[in-house]
Design a protein around this ligand. Structure first.
Ligand code: MN
Length: 128
C-alpha cells in the first residue's frame, strides 16, 4: 500500500480521490495549494504525488518542476491531474517532469491502476 499525496484545490475531486484510494488501502495526505503541497511532499516523502495542474497559487506543473529540482523530492513519482489533456498539454506535462497524467473526470480504476503502477515501493528493489 502506498502513501499518496493529493494536491488538489477542488474539494469534491479531493474527497472522491481520497475515498477511492483509502478504500483500496492507501494512505492519503492532502494539500489544497501548491506551496502546502511542496511542503508536505518534502516533509512526508509520499510514495506518489497526484498534482492538480490548476492550483490557486502556482501552476501544478511549475510545482512539479520544483519538486523534481530538489534532491530530497526528485525521486517522488508525480501524476498530473488535468482537466484539459490534449496533445500539447501532454508534452508540457512530460516536460515538467511528471511521470504520468490523468484527465479529469477520471475513472476510479484508472486512478488506482496508475497509483499502483507508479508508486514507489520503498521496501522493494527499484528497477530503472
Ligand atoms: Mn484546480
Amino acid at each position: 500500500m502506498a502513501t499518496v499525496l493529493i494536491v488538489e484545490d477542488n474539494a469534491a475531486n479531493l474527497k472522491l480521490a481520497r475515498l477511492v484510494l483509502e478504500r483500496a488501502g492507501h494512505t492519503v495526505l492532502a494539500a489544497d495549494n501548491a506551496r502546502e503541497g511542496l511542503a508536505v511532499a518534502a516533509e512526508a516523502l509520499p510514495d506518489i504525488v497526484l498534482m492538480d495542474v490548476q492550483l490557486p497559487d502556482m501552476d501544478g506543473l511549475a510545482a512539479t518542476t520544483q519538486l523534481k529540482s530538489q534532491a530530497a523530492t526528485r525521486a517522488l513519482p508525480v501524476v498530473a491531474l488535468t482537466a484539459f489533456a490534449m496533445r500539447g498539454d501532454e508534452d508540457r506535462i512530460r516536460a515538467a517532469g511528471c511521470d504520468g497524467y490523468l484527465s479529469k473526470p477520471f475513472h476510479y480504476p484508472d486512478l488506482l491502476a496508475l497509483v499502483e503502477r507508479l508508486a514507489r515501493r520503498p521496501d522493494a528493489a527499484r528497477t530503472p
